[in-house]
Design a protein around this ligand. Structure first.
Ligand code: ATP
Length: 309
């Protein structure tokens, strides 16, 4: 169980509160379908890991949540509001860190802090000072002269210091060293530890997603192909290995995907009860050699035919 899940389970939610509600979202760039009928609901207090290959549509989805793109098809609601129609009502409650950072490079850290604080009535300067110290960011350092990792920390500092209700992180650990990644993960966990905070972060580091997420959403070519509680994903997916007397075509097992063959043995990832798998294997004339648990990476590989990152 991820740390996020553990902390979430410790909390007592009386009424589920919807923070994000996306229905039938579609977006086309030229003749490229970047998002295709995306549905997504995110409840308060959840940490959601958004995964998918480069170009799958993750950033495009996040841009819609921020109101940077208007829904061509479908609807987007954040805190019950349309982010395009009511930017202050939505953006004042979102902490956002983009893949690129998007920081004004000519500013010093202290200027970035002052500038950002002015936007948010709920800015918590004490928390900001604590984080800045923790991140080892000098007030007088110019953003343009910082390393990529330090810049990511500066972006994170101003995304967190007003204690946002929703934290959106687009590939927060992309290209960063393990220490900065640990800071970022720590920040996610700290944020959710604050009662009622919600986090959506996209990542290609599936081991990290597994560590902190309550829920995982997998996007492929603009479509959501998996949207589930992480604990359920882990519980219901198995790697299966089946042996036959001689080489045969891939057996038909309901819920199995990503088949691979070596001689007279077939392996796949299967989403089904072990008993049902056993029955289907018996029916196919094969022998079930083993079933083992799988990582998110295994599931992703089997679904997409390639590795992330
Ligand atoms: P990455 O992991 O590389 O950031 P992603 O999953 O975030 O990928 P998006 O950036 O959402 O993917 O892009 C989805 C698709 O839409 C890609 O094929 C991309 O080239 C295309 N796309 C995104 N924005 C635009 C744009 N403004 N104009 C044209 N095509 C775009």
């Amino acid at each position: 169980m991820g740390q996020g899940q553990r902390q979430r389970k410790d909390r007592r939610w009386t009424v589920a509160e919807t923070v994000i509600e996306v229905k039938g979202l579609g977006r086309t760039f030229g003749n490229h379908r970047a998002l295709d009928g995306v549905n997504l609901t995110l409840e308060r207090g959840t940490v959601l890991g958004l995964v998918g290959q480069n170009g799958a549509g993750k950033t495009t989805l996040i841009k819609h949540l921020l109101g940077l793109l208007r829904a061509e098809e479908g609807t987007v609601r954040v805190f019950g509001k349309d982010p395009v129609a009511d930017p202050p009502g939505v953006l004042s409650r979102i902490g956002y860190l983009s893949e690129e950072g998007d920081l004004p490079m000519w500013m010093k850290v202290e200027e970035l802090v002052r500038y950002s604080a002015a936007f948010y009535p709920g800015w918590d300067q004490q928390y900001c000072d604590t984080l800045q110290k923790e991140f080892g960011l000098s007030s007088s350092a110019k953003l343009g002269s910082l390393s990529k990792g330090q810049r990511a920390r500066a972006g994170l500092l101003v995304a967190l210091a007003f204690r946002p209700e929703l934290l959106l992180l687009d590939e927060p650990s992309s290209g960063l060293d393990p220490i900065v990644r640990r800071d970022i993960l720590g920040a996610i966990i700290r944020t959710i530890a604050d009662e009622g905070r919600t986090v959506l972060f996209s990542s290609h580091l599936l081991a990290e997603v597994e560590q902190v997420s309550d829920r995982v959403v997998m996007v492929q070519a603009g479509k959501v192909v998996l949207d589930e509680e992480l604990a359920d994903v882990k519980e219901t997916h198995h790697r299966i290995e089946i042996a036959f007397e001689q080489a045969v075509a891939a057996p038909i097992i309901e819920g199995a995907f990503g088949w691979q063959c070596e001689g007279n043995r077939w392996t796949a990832i299967c989403r089904a009860d072990i008993e049902d798998i056993q029955l289907a294997v018996d029916k196919s004339g094969g022998r079930l050699i083993r079933t083992v648990g799988v990582s998110l990476d295994d599931i992703f590989m089997a679904r997409s035919g390639s590795k992330l990152g």
